[in-house]
Design a protein around this ligand. Sequence first.
Ligand code: CIR
Length: 253
Amino acid sequence: MFKNTIVRVPGENYINGLTTANLGTPLLEKVLEQHEAYIEALKKCGTEVTVLQSHADFPDSTFVEDTAVLTSKFAVISNPGAPTRNGEIHAMEPSIKSFYENIYYIKAPGTLEGGDILQIEDHFYIGISTRTNQEGAEQLKTILELENYKATIVPLEKFFHLKTGISYLGNQTVVVAGEFIDHPDFNSYKKIIVPPEEEYAANCIRVNDYVIIPAGYPITKQKMNDAGYQTIELEMSEFRKLDGGLSCLSLRF
Ligand code: CIR
């Protein structure tokens, strides 16, 4: 059960954010509209949403998920591997401090972004990506084990972040695409398999009674509904243009 969520409004500088997507320049008006709908969806799911103002120094700072890993008992402030995003952690810290007393930090030369961390009950999976390195992953694993969680490090082949290709819906069920469909680390879970043409829908979020999914992926939506999940669809076109998915836009705890 998530009680709280934290989001950050995209700024005018959003159009200068990092991307590999080749889908064109985001339209600011649409970005703000889509972000507003995201906030409304989190409210509908029953969370209290902390809305941080846009940050002039960090074009990618609406992707708040990458700045931290939050559990019910403690927070870990990350150390983003993208140099233009690293300072986002200082902008996020006061907000995290207002909710948590027990805070750990990932320290250089370790790098880690929250998009690479997937929690499945008391087991965390930590992706090694272009943004999260072995050292950062091991630091997080040590912290998690100290706090009595299990942790497995998963080197990525193609996906940008771990959660670009896998999400957890609860009830031991994962949504998987691409390299995670047959990945040995996830074979013990029930799977909803996302077809290649709907790969973007593998990044979705279970928030209390709902699964929030990107709009426009009917096969995946149907599979989720058939498995008994209530879905909320959101337009994500302007976030996708900067390689962002649904999970990236919030911290949930
Ligand atoms: C970046 O390249 O860092 C942003 N444009 C997108 C971050 C997406 N975050 C995520 O998947 N957790």
